[in-house]
Write a new protein. Structure first.
Lengths: 314, 319
């Protein structure tokens, strides 16, 4: 073992060296903070400016006479393609899609995770691996078959409608998207719950079993009350992903008044009829970003945990 | 060794060995599998079945509508031919070249910037709690919002260029977003902006997990801060590098929305990635077989990266 005689770090370079060091570090951190905040800042100030001010003023300047008009216009009047009724309808489309999709996929994920950790059977690792791999596939590789199937289901829905007067939601774009997001979100929700339940003491479940508790009783009475953190993580993760999805949305609900928010926003921005109203575009972008931003502000810690859990297992 | 597996194996109720167990208890034993079955079946059908379906379609001559007569590997032959058609560039050539540029720069810059920021933030910074969320929030935004914001910011007539002109730097010129040779780099900028904060968080978590004793020992041995990081900390972060690489590679290959929102495909489709190629050929140009073939190639690329990773992750875990 080498003698630990070498002097501790040469702190003799003095306080000034250290101070400069600190200034550089803080300076760099501040610079990067500006880099990350800039687009949001520009988007926000632009959404409160009049078109006059945008054309003649500076992008970074604060609005001289802040106005909410662009926001109202984006919400209620902006043109998406040929309809000019604002983005409010599309916002609700997204809500109607996100809520059931998140709830169903999270609950199924919890049950799957429970089975895969506490009721193992031969081949459980293979089942999990197959579900896990599904998280990572580029969705382009399933896009077309799903479009074909959804098309057939839609035609079946029409037949059903004619026969019974009710189509049971078959062919409804929102229902389709809920279905798609549940199917392709299952991998992640299962992953989250599996890793969480893995650390859950199996002895407790054994004890409950000895006492005669059934599969669902154990799930409801023992697992669920102890799953709050992972529920929050999963719900936030799924909410963000599904709200922000564009590929499925544009492929299966890409036109008409069934579009979700992301598709509608892209259309608002790319609608080229008349004068481009940048302030309205920015307000629309802000409205589309608000739900996920809000979740991030309120529960950022859980959001990060979800991202991490999706990236690094365990 | 795998203690967990053993205890759980015993969990399966003993009475199922007993003959004459009631139907009810047999059902109870099957219940876990019944609960898991729909999810697993959905995965088999809608993931693996659909992938096979896509592969099948790529060997047909489907145009606007799927056709199910196998006609050979024509779609792949065409893609292969286009791979070398650089002058004028074919859409496929542009897409895969862009994928190379975007993938490399996006992954590399995100890793470098993420590590750099994490190291800076790990210097006992006051206000870390405030800075971290600022670096990370873009990850909560949709690619469409990111695209819209950066489209505005990078627009020569409205954004950065205009602003600097107003401030007196009139020779400043930045029109990458309208330039077919440079538009892909704007996608890199926006992509890095969105994901680098998350990579920072991954590295920071890794840094916080390093045993303080090791650091202390190295400092006592007289290592400078630079040496400390280069020789000790960064090698210890290797698992984080791997995870971050996987995340970024996966995001890069899947990138689609950002190109659409930021560039609308770029002048003449010059910002396309393979994902855009797939979408356009399948749904807009009525070349379904070619679109399917490109999707298969995307899938195989991703599989080559993900499967070894998942395999090692799932295997080395008898804890």
């Amino acid at each position: 073992m080498s003698t630990v005689a070498s002097p501790a770090r040469p702190t003799s370079s003095g306080i000034s060296g250290r101070t400069i060091n600190r200034i550089v570090i803080y300076g760099l951190l501040a610079l990067f903070a500006i880099f990350y905040l800039m687009p949001l800042f520009v988007m926000l100030v632009t959404s409160f400016k009049t078109m006059d001010e945008i054309q003649n003023g500076n992008m970074l300047a604060l609005p001289q006479a802040p106005t909410f008009d662009p926001w109202w216009k984006a919400w209620g009047e902006a043109c998406v393609g040929l309809t000019c009724a604002g983005i409010k309808g599309y916002f609700w489309n997204s809500i109607k899609m996100v809520v059931p999709a998140v709830l169903i996929s999270t609950l199924l994920g919890a049950l799957n995770g429970y089975v895969l950790t506490k009721w193992r059977f031969r081949g459980h690792t293979l089942v999990f691996a197959m579900m896990l791999f599904a998280c990572f596939i580029p969705f382009q590789s399933v896009l077309l078959p799903m479009a074909t199937i959804l098309g057939s289901i839609g035609r079946f829905g029409v037949t059903l409608q004619n026969a019974t007067g009710f189509n049971f939601g078959l062919g409804n774009s929102t229902v389709n998207l809920v279905f798609v997001h549940v199917v392709y979100g299952l991998g992640f929700t299962t992953l989250f719950f599996r890793n969480y339940y893995e650390a859950f003491p199996t002895e407790l479940i054994k004890a409950a079993q000895v006492d005669g508790a059934s599969f669902f009783q154990i799930f409801r009475r023992i697992m669920l009350p102890n799953s709050m953190p992972i529920f929050v993580v999963t719900v936030i993760y799924q909410f963000t992903n599904i709200w922000n999805d564009f590929l499925f949305a544009s492929a299966y609900a890409g036109t008409g008044d069934v579009m979700p928010m992301t598709v509608a926003l892209n259309n608002v921005v790319n609608t080229s009829t008349g004068v481009v109203e940048y302030n309205v575009n920015m307000a629309a972008a802000m409205i589309a970003a608000l739900p996920t931003l809000l979740v991030y502000v309120v529960a950022g810690r859980y959001f990060v945990r979800g991202l991490m859990a999706g990236a690094v297992k365990g | 060794m795998s203690t967990v597996a053993e205890t759980t194996a015993k969990l399966t109720p003993e009475h199922d060995a007993r003959p004459g167990a009631s139907v009810r208890s047999r059902l109870q034993d099957l219940l876990p599998k019944i609960v898991l079955a729909p999810s697993f079946a959905a995965t088999i059908v809608f993931v693996y079945g659909f992938i096979l379906w896509t592969i099948y379609l790529s060997f047909t001559n489907s145009k606007t509508f799927p056709s199910y007569a196998i006609t050979g590997a024509r779609a792949y032959q065409r893609l292969w031919r286009w791979t070398f058609e650089s002058d004028p560039p074919s859409s496929w050539y542009t897409s895969i070249t862009n994928m190379g540029i975007f993938g490399f720069l996006y992954i590399f810059i995100c890793l470098a910037l993420g590590l750099f920021l994490a190291i800076l933030l790990d210097q006992k910074i006051r206000g870390e709690g405030m800075l971290r969320p600022i670096y990370l929030y873009p990850m909560a935004l949709s690619f469409i919002v990111t695209g819209v914001a950066w489209k505005w910011f990078l627009d020569p007539g409205l954004g950065l260029e205009q602003t600097l002109h107003q401030w007196g730097w009139t020779s400043f010129h930045f029109d990458w977003i309208k330039n077919k040779d440079f538009v892909i780099y704007t996608v890199v900028i926006a992509g890095v902006w969105q994901a680098s904060g998350f990579i920072m968080a991954m590295f920071l978590a890794g840094l916080r997990g390093i045993d303080g004793e090791i650091m202390k020992a190295a400092q006592i041995d007289g290592a400078t801060t630079f040496q400390l990081y280069r020789r000790i900390v960064i090698p210890l972060l290797r698992p984080v590098f791997l995870s971050a690489f996987i995340v970024l590679a996966h995001l890069a290959i899947k990138s689609y929305d950002l190109v659409v929102a930021l560039t609308s495909g770029g002048p003449g489709g010059s910002a396309w990635l393979p994902s855009n190629f797939m979408y356009e050929f399948t749904f807009k140009r009525n070349e379904m077989a070619v679109g399917s073939a490109s999707a298969v190639i995307m899938l195989m690329t991703l599989t080559a990266i993900i499967v070894p990773y998942l395999y090692s992750e799932l295997r080395e875990k008898p804890r």
